[in-house]
Ligand binder design. Structure first.
Ligand SMILES: Cc1ncc(COP(=O)(O)O)c(C=O)c1O
Length: 486
């Protein structure tokens, strides 16, 4: 095949994808709206696409790029002379490594890996799911910290009541992904410090935008006493391509706790600062180039633009009958909920907005000890959406009217009753496939209208829902039989 043929075929695969540009896809992607950023990122990525960041002594350029980016993060996020960091592949990996480091520290302090029981991870229920994955992988017990159901901020008095000598780490978000609100970082970090427990600030989504805003209500970074590590993603509001995040640790000892070294095999001596062995350098180089090109002033301008758009959006949404904005959106994320018992169902609203070309991400209702949290729609606002706020609000107002006319989505009662009797761990893949067929997502094909599927997921016992969700992906990922690549 010719180069053109191959690339034409490859691009054709994107026809069914959500648009990555234009600001209508309000999750997953971060479009600055500036073509120059894309150009410089692509050129930098291409220049480093064959480089292996596995060994920065073989490729000193990579060490320089990593040190420059970590240095920029230290300066931006309240670090001091002791602060060090590691570049990772993304927010999830940064969060995983923060938990791993804390677990290793806890083990070394508590004497033996076995006693006294499993280490605990204190997690506001709004903390990113990556921390639950970390607990699963590294064998920690998750202790849910309730959030205030109105403000959606973690409750410090609950943290105080849960801290004990088995606590390996407390997490706070700046801001949280679901609602875009800032946890009380100072209060929680002080409580953690008083019991000598590390405190991680997950600033994956806010860390490259909050420092550029003038009206952040309280400090949230490494300058806050008691904060021991912080994660921030360059592939979000650093406007770098996917695959680059920073994990900062307040001291070099804690960083060693998530590194791995072995001379215990006949191959090359291994030192891995992250979970990966071979590490792509392309996204790191692109992040470096974008940062160099934009500079602090460029980031400030983009941050202000997205933040102004967010405020306009929040005001406009509050003015639409039947909808309300949840909590105090501190950066560029907005969560929209039904306003009052007769308000607009937001799962129906999501479907209506999809039909109008927007992706607003549905978040199911959530039961927690601190009080019920309603279903919401999540909106990530970037520079690209800034120019479209009026169009978005107009579509939302219209979609709200249409959504209000629809029946409220309810889970099939028979299915929910049957699910209560199921042991999800005992289900085979074929049995899960059959259940998905009953649930209306047979073959892994999602229906155009998703409201009832979300309602069902929310109504199922969590372990059953999790097994079925994995079942959907199991159907999505099946090897191509008519091999396109032969
Ligand atoms: C606060 C927060 N933490 C962690 C993550 C996980 O990041 P990633 O998807 O890059 O793994 C996200 C992603 O949106 C996030 O918003």
């Amino acid at each position: 095949m010719t180069t053109d043929d191959v690339l034409t075929e490859l691009r054709a695969l994107q026809a069914g994808d959500l648009p990555t540009h234009g600001g209508a896809t309000m999750a997953y992607v971060y479009d600055s709206g500036r073509a120059e950023i894309e150009e410089i990122a692509a050129a930098a990525q291409a220049a480093f696409q064959w480089t292996n960041a596995l060994d920065p002594t073989a490729f000193p350029s990579v060490a320089r790029i990593e040190n420059d980016l970590v240095g920029a993060a230290v300066a931006l996020l309240g670090g001091d002379a002791a602060t060090v960091g590691t570049l990772t592949s993304g927010g999830t990996e940064s969060c995983l490594l923060a938990v791993l480091a804390a677990r290793e520290r806890w083990r070394s302090r508590s004497g033996s890996p076995a006693a006294p029981g499993r280490p605990r991870l204190l997690l506001p229920v709004t903390a990113h799911a990556a921390f639950r994955k970390a607990a699963h992988l590294f064998d920690l017990e998750v202790v849910d910290v309730p959030v205030d159901p109105e403000t959606c901020r973690a409750v410090p008095s609950a943290v105080a009541g849960l801290l004990d000598d088995r606590t390996a780490l407390v997490v706070v978000s700046a801001p949280s992904y679901p609602h875009g609100v800032l946890d009380p970082v100072g209060e929680v970090a002080a409580l953690a410090a008083a019991t000598e427990v590390p405190c991680h600030v997950d600033a994956c989504i806010g860390g490259w935008i909050l420092p550029f805003l003038d009206d952040v209500p309280e400090p949230f970074d490494l300058s806050v006493p008691g904060v021991t590590s912080l994660s921030v993603d360059l592939h979000k509001y650093g406007y770098a391509p996917k695959g680059v995040s920073v994990l900062l640790t307040a001291d070099p000892e804690l960083r060693q706790d998530h590194w791995f070294a072995t001379a215990g095999w006949p191959g090359y001596p291994v030192v891995n600062p992250t979970l990966a062995g071979t590490r792509p350098a392309g996204a790191m180089a692109a992040a470096w180039a974008v940062h160099r090109w934009l500079g602090t002033d460029g980031y400030r301008e983009l941050a202000r633009q997205a933040h102004d758009a967010t405020r306009a959006l929040a005001t406009g949404i509050d003015a639409i009958g039947g909808l309300r904005v949840v909590g105090d959106p501190v950066s560029t994320l907005v969560a929209v909920a039904q306003d009052g018992p007769d308000g607009v169902d937001v799962l129906n609203l999501a479907d209506e907005m999809t039909a109008r070309g927007w992706l607003l991400q549905p978040q199911p209702p959530f039961a927690q000890d601190g009080g019920h949290m309603p279903a919401t729609l999540h909106l990530t606002v970037t520079g690209a959406t800034a120019g479209r706020v009026d169009a978005l609000l107009a579509d939302l107002a219209e979609a709200a009217v249409s959504a209000a006319a629809l029946p409220r989505p309810v889970a099939d009662a028979d299915l929910v009753a049957a699910a209560a009797t199921i042991d999800p761990a005992a289900l085979t893949v074929a049995e899960v496939d059959a259940l998905l067929e009953l649930a209306g997502v047979g073959g892994g094909r999602l229906p155009e209208r998703m409201a009832s599927v979300h309602a069902l997921v929310a109504a199922l016992p969590r372990p059953v829902a999790e097994r079925l969700l994995a079942g959907v992906l199991d159907l999505v990922y099946r090897p191509s039989r008519e091999a396109a690549i032969g």
